[in-house]
Design a protein around this ligand. Structure first.
Ligand SMILES: [Fe+2]
Ligand SMILES: [Fe+2]
Length: 132
């Protein structure tokens, strides 16, 4: 069950929305495992998220590059920051530190969609409207 405070944002590119949804579901699984602090299971889910996130970021960068999105460098730098945040999260959980885990995951998996992904998807939609 998806916790009530989690909000999922659909942007309108089906492949990207599928990735985001899948990552979002993995985050909700982490949240449910967190109640019992099942460290090994949480760690394996976090590593799965890290892998899928890296693949997802590569695909986003390809899409942005294909349409000559002007803010691609800023977006790429943000992805790199998020992957390093993800490594910090995994390191903390490895040490048995679970504080702020879900807030940090939300920052990576939800805030980025609203503040960054929305920009390139809007740009893609504008190009479509202009017939380019
Ligand atoms: Fe994304
Ligand atoms: Fe992104």
């Amino acid at each position: 069950m998806i916790p009530e405070r989690f909000i999922y944002y659909k942007l309108g590119i089906p492949e990207i929305d599928d990735h985001h949804w899948h990552l979002f579901v993995l985050m909700t699984e982490v949240a449910s495992l967190l109640k019992n602090k099942k460290k090994e299971e949480i760690l394996s889910l976090l590593k799965e998220i890290e892998l899928q996130l890296a693949e997802h970021f590569d695909i986003e960068i390809k899409i942005m590059s294909n349409m000559h999105f002007p803010f691609i460098d800023t977006h790429r730098a943000e992805h790199e920051l998020l992957l390093s945040d993800m490594q910090d999260i995994i390191r903390d959980v490895n040490k048995g530190v679970f504080d702020g885990l879900i807030t940090s995951l939300e920052k990576i998996l939800v805030d980025h969609i609203i503040h960054y992904d929305l920009l390139y998807v809007s740009y893609a939609n504008n190009l479509k409207l202009l017939g380019k």
